[in-house]
Design a protein around this ligand. Structure first.
Ligand SMILES: CC/C=C\C/C=C\C/C=C\C/C=C\C/C=C\C/C=C/CCC(=O)SCCNC(=O)CCNC(=O)[C@H](O)C(C)(C)COP(=O)(O)OP(=O)(O)OC[C@H]1O[C@@H](n2cnc3c(N)ncnc32)[C@H](O)[C@@H]1OP(=O)(O)O
Ligand SMILES: CCCCCCCCCCCCCCCCCC(=O)OC[C@@H](O)COP(=O)(O)O
Length: 377
């Protein structure tokens, strides 16, 4: 392991990065709360401010991926479609197979200029995650309980609300609804068999109602679906902790732009269309497993410096109070102050570790772990 790699794996580096993320994130959350009165005066201005505030948070994780770990993200797509990315609203359908699939999505959001405005159909539990989850309220992120009877109305209303959104956004849908595990895959394939659907090797059976309600409610606002299939070279199993330790991964993303007009409006036809799409995605993953690449040309956007500049700005801003705090701690000589400071540091680092745990598949929910007939949550 080289010197740089050794430095990247030092706990003190992670502690400082976590300190900057947590404190800057809480400051930004506070600023977001301060924009609340503005929503009554000018909703669009409040939205534009919150897009930039959210960028300050999200881009720190993208900076960790792109600059700290140096992870390569390669895009396979049609050059004509590439010209439209970032210039229109789109529904992104992405396989949910990796702990940092959302982060690979974010890096492409950043490169096409939609990182601050992009949204996702997220499980309600994530709304309680400090910094990122809290910021999502101000981004009008759509939350679901993964119980259709409760979700159908709230999801439709939240999506309708986005029709006058002032900036281009991508709306991410992980149609499998949960991260892939062998047990969930086995149960999901039993459901496929019961429905007379072809089995999938690399995906869980997609949940079609959320896709249908999303497409129906974004018609007229979103121009296309970006069918996105992600994989990592050499069977890498990437993690956020690996990124923090400076580990370099190699992500490949295959994106097909499908105009929304091609997607049936009828619910049953739309469900059938999505099942067929996932059968195609499964074949792309088989092609990748055999050849190590996706079909079609590589047109990869280069990473941009703004995520690094944003991280350096917040680090410099927060380094000063940290230095003051440490110098007072040393000069005070008070054991009590020392004990309280160490306790606060420990609590904060445990908090950040818990937040990282939200991305770990070995801590995933029970959703999809029971047969179709029982409650799934
Ligand atoms: C150019 C570059 C392109 C792209 C860049 C890529 C991405 C960038 C874009 C944006 C980035 C933005 C943000 C990213 C940041 C963070 C992301 C955060 C991630 C969090 C995401 C999540 O939280 S995922 C979990 C929440 N989301 C979902 O669940 C969505 C999918 N689910 C649905 O849509 C569901 O329909 C629902 C939630 C609306 C309702 O679910 P429910 O279970 O109540 O009902 P369903 O009808 O869906 O399910 C029952 C039907 O499903 C069948 N079925 C299949 N398998 C099973 C099983 N194992 N058990 C039970 N039932 C199963 C069942 O038979 C039913 O079938 P029917 O025929 O009756 O429908
Ligand atoms: C500069 C770097 C700073 C380092 C320290 C910062 C670490 C903070 C990390 C916060 C991460 C919170 C991200 C929330 C997104 C989680 C995405 C996700 O994958 O959710 C899982 C759901 O889709 C499905 O859940 P399951 O049913 O599989 O269970």
């Amino acid at each position: 392991m080289g010197l740089l790699q050794m430095i990247k794996s030092q706990f003190l580096c992670h502690l400082f990065a976590g300190y900057v993320f947590l404190v800057s994130g809480l400051i930004i959350n506070l600023l977001q709360v301060c924009t609340l009165p503005l929503w009554l005066v000018s909703k669009q201005l409040a939205r534009r401010i919150n897009i930039r505030l959210a960028y300050c948070i999200n881009s720190q994780l993208v900076a960790a991926l792109e600059w700290w770990s140096g992870t390569e993200c390669t895009l396979y797509t049609d050059p004509k479609s590439y010209e439209l990315y970032g210039k229109e609203n789109a529904v992104v359908v992405l396989n949910h197979s990796f702990e940092i699939d959302f982060l690979c999505g974010w890096t492409f959001c950043e490169r096409f200029g939609v990182l601050g405005s992009s949204k996702v159909l997220a499980k309600k539990e994530l709304a309680y995650v400090p910094v990122i989850g809290w910021s999502w309220y101000f981004l009008e992120i759509v939350f679901c309980k993964r119980r259709w009877e409760e979700d159908r109305r709230t999801v439709a209303e939240s999506l309708q609300n986005l029709h006058d959104y002032p900036e281009n956004f991508w709306f991410l849908l992980f149609c499998e609804g949960t991260r892939f595990t062998e047990k969930k895959h086995q149960i999901s394939m039993q459901v496929a068999e019961s429905k007379g659907l072809p089995k999938l090797k690399y995906h869980l059976l997609p949940r079609t109602k959320g896709f249908w309600v999303t497409v129906q409610n974004l018609r007229g606002s979103a121009a296309a679906v970006y069918d996105s299939t992600l994989n990592f070279r050499n069977n890498e199993t990437p993690s956020l902790l690996g990124i923090l330790n400076g580990k370099k991964y190699h992500a490949d993303l295959y994106v097909r732009r499908i105009p929304l007009e091609q997607i049936p409006e009828d619910e049953a036809d739309c469900a059938a269309w999505l099942h067929k799409l996932y059968q195609e995605k499964d074949s792309f993953q088989e092609h990748y497993a055999q050849t190590g690449r996706y079909p079609g040309p590589i047109v990869s956007p280069a990473r941009r410096p703004w995520t690094l500049i944003n991280w350096l700005f917040w680090s410099c801003l927060l380094l000063y109070p940290l230095g003051l705090l440490l110098s007072q701690l040393v000069s005070s000589g008070s054991v009590l102050t020392l004990v309280v400071s160490v306790a606060l540091c420990s609590a904060a680092s445990l908090g950040v570790r818990w937040m990282i745990g939200q991305t770990e598949i070995n801590r995933s929910s029970n959703y999809g772990n029971k047969p179709a007939s029982l409650n799934n949550n």
